[in-house]
Design a protein around this ligand. Sequence first.
Ligand code: DAT
Ligand code: MG
Length: 204
Amino acid sequence: MDLLQRCVFKRIFQHGQCYLGSQDATRSLASRFPSALLDGHRAAGHRSKSSVPGIGERTLIAVKPDGVQRRLVGQIIQRFEQRGFKLVGLKMLQVSEDLLSQHYCELRKKPFYPSLLHYMTSGPVVVMVWEGHNVVQSCRVMVGHTNPAQAQAGTVRGDFSVHVSRNVVHASDSLEGAQREIQLWFQGKDLLNWDCCHHTSTYE
Ligand code: DAT
Ligand code: MG
């Protein structure tokens, strides 16, 4: 039983809302708890309902090894947070060539592909899933042109990079691409559905 489960049980018993008397019954509740928690992967937080369509759209953003080495992770996360998108998944990892070859499957025949693989496996990356209305397209605009030389100032690549071989960040380029990439990098249980208390300041 992990800390979260312990806290929840403590609260249940403290508030007298659990009338299970026997140890067996308690054990039975404990054994069912993880799957209950996994249903919908809902985390604690404010609950809010909205009729705005498409606010559950998700995209994959990654800070590439150059961004991590240059300690840009915080600034990059801040941009998406302050825009109003919701972080629903986050992890740091050293990527395997196998995962990268799936991620960049469309680029396998490109001349720069071997150096891209080498660069992307040269150090840790920070991978995130962000959620919100039109998040895929909005994040592409925020990230900027693939080639930093053509990226506008104010975009991540336009502000933090100069060459296409070190362009700091990845962003999914379409809804279908985002779905494929999120499934590749994250397990469903690692993505949290949580309600942000600022929801009504972002959406109607
Ligand atoms: P994006 O990352 O903007 O979606 P992409 O999918 O075409 O761009 O390419 C993936 C990455 O490959 C890109 O972020 C950097 C690298 N790359 C693309 N074109 C390149 C080139 N001509 N030379 C070196 N690296 C390149
Ligand atoms: Mg791409």
